[in-house]
Design a binder for this molecule. Structure first.
Ligand code: 4AD
Length: 475
């Protein structure tokens, strides 16, 4: 290797090479260019080496001929080796394909950092029989794969599209804290920590902070990590997820759902209008079609009826929420009744069957949080409903949860009481009702769930850079 490295010297008589990222190469065709990246694939054929190099922005095919194809043990060079390649960039002849439609005829190259061969070789680590646990431990290397990197590129473009949609709707971005002393969605999923001798938590939702911004900044949104100590391992629950939340002042419940639909549809239109994100979506989810508007609106009570009409039952549970089993150890299944929290499985069966986005709205007050506004005249047969909505997407289920918020201070105090919450740490939240209250509402969208829907991923774990779930915080 030493010898080969010395042998290959860049020819100073050649024109100076332009250093460029792979996605910026097209205007440099027929010029001499310098590309730095990682060996993604390698094939040797009749004394030529075809090397596909990756730099994060794209893939480039390079051809090494003559003595270049022998340097650094090129024919057996392990993938993931980092390299510098210099050569002439040429459009591929008609009838041949290569990424970007061009190919690099290399006149000089060198290894920057070798990758291992043998048992540690990338191609040995990853094959069809690699166990999920190993893949999880090797997430930092899995990220280099075409699929994982495509999902993460789409995620980046999704977030910037959302930001553009909010800018167009006159909604301002803010950055609320992660370290908080109040809960939003109940104590059961709080991560507690010691904060200079006081109790503090990792935020479950930035909603309460967004509400305080309305009189100061007008309508606001944030992209913030939320944390939930979820006990269950499901396809769609993470312990840390990216939460896109927004809060809007002086709106009605109908305005809220119309706004959620508009932001989502504008964002999808933007992604499909951009050739790069459009291509990523069609690679990951060949049959993806933008949803038609308006989204279906289905009341909670009608959804319960729909489930029963379609024979979708749920397991009978004891007071602790554990399924009750019969003598043969089988779960006892029962029909849904008004007041039930519709479980993940039933929800997904319904939305998969209906096969279009559904706003499920008007949940009973007992299964919702302390801050939710009651629907006017909603008290039917002793049951009180709220101005709340979940947006369900096929294949994933709930991707958005939102509601109108209690605007009256006494009603809020009653909400704390109902949920057994001490109002004192919430003084700043209560003050919003004291200093010029207003009708307002907002929502939270789980970015990983939304991405799982667009990119057709089986689990939200694929949609997070380094997913955290019950028991896992490595790497
Ligand atoms: O329905 P959730 O719990 O609502 C709230 O937190 C509200 N305070 C939001 C608001 O109104 N500003 O969560 C909202 C969304 C869910 O629809 C889901 O997409 C996502 O956040 N989400 C999770 N995603 C992954 N893993 C989890 N453990 C999640 N919990 C909620």
């Amino acid at each position: 290797k030493e010898k080969a490295a010395i042998e290959l010297v860049e020819d100073p008589s050649l024109p100076a090479a332009v250093k460029a990222k792979i996605n910026r190469l097209t205007p440099l065709r027929s010029k001499r260019v310098r590309v730095l990246g990682w060996v993604h694939r390698l094939r040797s054929q009749k004394g030529l080496i075809f090397m596909v190099v990756r730099d994060g922005t794209g893939y480039l095919q390079a051809v090494l001929a003559g003595k270049l194809s022998q340097a650094y043990d090129a024919p057996t060079l392990p993938t993931e080796t980092s390299v510098e390649l210099v050569g002439n960039l040429q459009a591929v002849p008609e009838g041949k394909t290569a990424p970007g439609g061009h190919e690099l005829s290399v006149d000089y190259w060198r290894v920057i950092g070798a990758a291992p061969g043998g048992d540690d070789a990338f191609t040995t680590l990853f094959n069809e029989s690699t166990k999920p646990d190993i893949l999880n431990d090797l997430r930092h290397l899995v990220l280099r794969s075409e699929t994982a990197s495509s999902v993460l590129k789409l995620r980046s473009m999704l977030l910037s599209s959302f930001r553009q949609s909010y800018a167009e709707h006159n909604v301002l971005e803010v950055t609320p804290p992660c370290l908080v002393q109040t809960s939003v969605e109940g104590g059961a999923t709080l991560f507690k920590l010691d904060y200079y001798g006081q109790d503090a938590y990792l935020t479950q939702s930035s909603q309460l902070y967004l509400e305080t911004c309305l009189p100061s900044l007008g309508d606001v949104f944030c992209v913030q990590e939320s944390f939930r100590a979820e006990k269950s391992l499901t396809r769609r629950h993470l312990s840390e997820f990216t939460h896109l939340e927004a809060e809007l002042a002086f709106i009605s419940f109908d305005d809220l759902m119309t706004h959620i639909e508009a932001i989502i549809c504008d964002t999808i239109d933007r992604l499909l209008a951009n050739p790069i994100s459009k291509e990523l979506i069609s690679t990951l989810n060949e049959n993806y079609k933008a949803p038609s508007r308006p989204f279906m609106r289905l009341s909670y009570v009608d959804a319960i009826k729909w489930l029963n009409d379609h024979g979708i039952q749920h397991a009978k549970e004891d007071a602790e929420g554990n399924p009750i089993k019969d003598e043969d150890g089988k779960e006892i299944m029962v029909d849904h009744v008004v007041g039930d929290d519709i479980a993940e499985a039933a929800e997904r069966r319904m939305v998969d069957e209906i096969n279009r986005p559904i706003f499920l709205y008007g949940f009973p007050v007992e299964i919702k949080s302390f801050y939710m506004k009651k629907a006017p005249g909603s008290s039917k047969g002793g049951q009180v409903f709220t101005e709340s909505c979940d947006l369900l997407m096929p294949n994933v289920g709930e991707v958005v949860g939102g509601s109108m918020r209690i605007s009256d201070v006494d009603e809020l105090m009653a909400g704390y009481k109902r949920e057994g919450i001490d109002p004192s740490p919430y003084y700043w939240f209560t003050d919003q009702r004291k200093y010029g209250t207003c009708e307002h509402g907002g929502y939270g969208l789980g970015v990983e769930r939304f991405l799982a829907w667009i990119a057709n991923r089986y689990t939200v774990r694929e949609c997070s850079l380094y997913p955290r779930w019950t028991g896992r915080a490595t790497p």
